[in-house]
Design a protein around this ligand. Structure first.
Ligand code: HEC
Length: 490
């Protein structure tokens, strides 16, 4: 990847903020689903109410435990007339079926389980077979399958060789082997409630009233909906984990939970917004994306939560079923009284908001931008995990620690895919000694005809390396953010 702008550091100007606002006002007003969207994301909230949202309860009670992980048991049964070559079936289970299972999830439009799944016309390009389109997407540098291109070289060549040979059917022997493989699939599931935890549910719903449980009607196509809830836990609570009781996994793509500085009178309302709307002094608490895992703090850590105010639960829906669908998924936040566990964790935003100022990253060019965050807290800081966030042009994120002994240590380096945003736990954890710095660099490929500046719309770009670390807030240095974030460091 060629880098024309290396190691540019963030700096801010008032003028740039103005240009950003103008850029937003000019952005596209509809999305793939055809739903109306408002430009600033805040215009359509309706009825107000004051009652609390979210019923207290424990996760894992009754028959609902085990539904939090999306990765379990979607591989289906082979049909006797329809076998795939055994090695191909194995590569599909490993790399494709957590989304393209018997019931496809997260916006994946088709199953990739049986031989006949590959001979059908492709969903979006019906003059190609699924096999032909699969061959293209497997080798697509910009929109690879699996998302993020995270497939081993061996599995990639197994699939490529089979597709290049015209995707022939398997034999009776293959069928036998497939059946054995299916039986060996692990069951998945989630850990049950821990002693002392109280869990709260924030449910997707349709009516503009607090406590409403009517399923939300998900239009066809793709859109973002923000659901607002008054903080349901008592002051002095910390989070131990976040999950979801998936209702209609076929149309769910990802969720992000933010704090919000908006009025608590918005409790119970929801609105359609453009793209990954961060803003209104929000702090990201947690999230999940198809193919990813829930956020579960290690047993010696708890995550700082707001004591009061409003929460913004942002869902990205992706409905390729061809008809409106209902969804009543709650996300579940499990809490303990603050101080139950030794380490209080918070999230800090690393990265930069400066991509060549108001001009933006140059058109038809690959470029990179970084921000450097010092540990000026006077004590060691432990970073448990990283969560890169860019928009459509983001390709790669890296973080390098500059040690006090002069060494530069790459502690994070991953390709990025907007449609597959992953939370990565560090093993071992990254410890920053006092005086050490961490530089986070985003690589972009601006394939458009225009300069693309920083901004919250998906037609603009972002470069955040969200980091969960302890002691809480020690990493923050409060550098001004163009979208009002306060837990920043660059
Ligand atoms: C993490 C979930 C996920 C995984 C894993 C995944 N896909 Fe996908 N796939 C999607 C989603 C979502 C879409 C629809 C959006 C898009 O086209 O990018 C899709 C679309 C596709 C399409 C295009 C279908 C069409 O009609 O446009 C093909 C082909 C495909 N995937 C093949 C694969 C193959 C082959 C694998 C495994 C090697 C795989 N996918 C793994 C989620 C996934």
């Amino acid at each position: 990847m060629s880098k024309v702008v290396a190691g540019l550091h963030a700096h801010h100007s008032v003028l740039w903020g103005l240009v950003l606002a103008l850029g937003l006002a000019g952005c596209n007003n509809t999305n793939a689903g055809g739903r109306p969207t408002n430009v600033d994301g805040y215009g359509s909230a309706g009825a107000a109410g004051a009652a609390g949202a979210g019923a207290a309860g424990t996760l894992g009670g009754g028959g609902q435990a085990g539904t939090v992980s999306p990765t379990a048991g979607t591989s289906g049964q082979p049909s006797s007339s329809d076998p795939l070559p055994c090695a191909v079936a194995q590569a599909l289970i490993t790399n494709c079926q957590k989304c393209h299972g018997t019931t496809p999830i997260g916006g994946a439009p088709m199953s990739l389980v049986h031989y006949s799944d590959f001979t059908r016309p492709a969903h979006t390009v019906p003059n190609l077979t699924v096999a032909q389109l699969a061959q293209m997407r497997l080798n697509d540098k910009v929109r690879p399958m699996p998302p993020g291109g995270t497939i081993s070289a061996a599995d990639l060549s197994t699939l490529n060789n089979w597709l290049a040979a015209g995707a022939p059917a398997g034999t009776a022997a293959d069928l036998n082997c497939m059946q054995q493989m299916m039986m060996a699939q692990p069951d998945g599931g989630v850990p049950g409630p821990q002693p002392g935890e109280t869990c709260y549910e924030l449910q997707n719903h349709d009516l503009m009233t607090p406590g409403d449980k009517t399923p939300y009607v998900v239009s066809t196509g793709e859109h973002y909906e923000q659901f607002y809830f008054k903080v349901p836990w008592p002051a002095g609570s910390s989070a131990t984990r976040f999950g979801a009781k998936f209702d209609n996994l076929a149309v769910l793509h990802h969720w992000l939970l933010f704090t919000s500085s908006k009025s608590v009178s918005l409790d119970g309302t929801h609105e359609t917004v453009i793209g990954t709307q961060l803003g209104d002094s929000s702090q990201l608490l947690a999230g999940w994306a198809v193919g990813g895992d829930d956020v579960t703090m290690p047993s010696d850590m708890e995550l700082e939560l707001p004591d009061s105010g409003l929460l913004n639960l942002q869902w990205h829906f992706f409905n390729s079923t061809g008809a409106p669908a209902n969804d009543a998924t709650p996300i579940v936040v499990c809490t303990v009284p603050k101080g139950t566990r030794p380490h209080l964790v918070s999230m800090t935003w690393l990265g930069t908001e400066n991509f060549n100022g108001p001009f933006g990253m140059p058109a038809h060019t690959k470029s990179s931008y970084s921000g450097t965050c010092p540990n000026d807290s006077g004590a060691p800081i432990t970073i448990w995990s990283f969560w890169p966030h860019m928009h459509n042009l983001g390709r790669h994120m890296s973080s390098v620690v500059h040690r006090n002994n002069g060494m530069a240590e790459t502690v994070f380096s991953k390709d990025f895919d907007f449609n597959h945003q992953v939370h990565y736990v560090n093993s071992p954890m990254v410890v920053l000694a006092p005086g050490e710095t961490i530089t986070s660099t985003c690589d972009f490929d601006n394939t458009t005809d225009k300069g693309v500046p920083f901004g919250p719309s998906t037609t603009q770009e972002m470069c955040y390396q969200f980091a969960y670390s302890y002691p809480a807030k020690a990493l923050d240095n409060g550098v001004a953010s163009l979208i009002g974030a306060t837990n920043t460091c660059w």
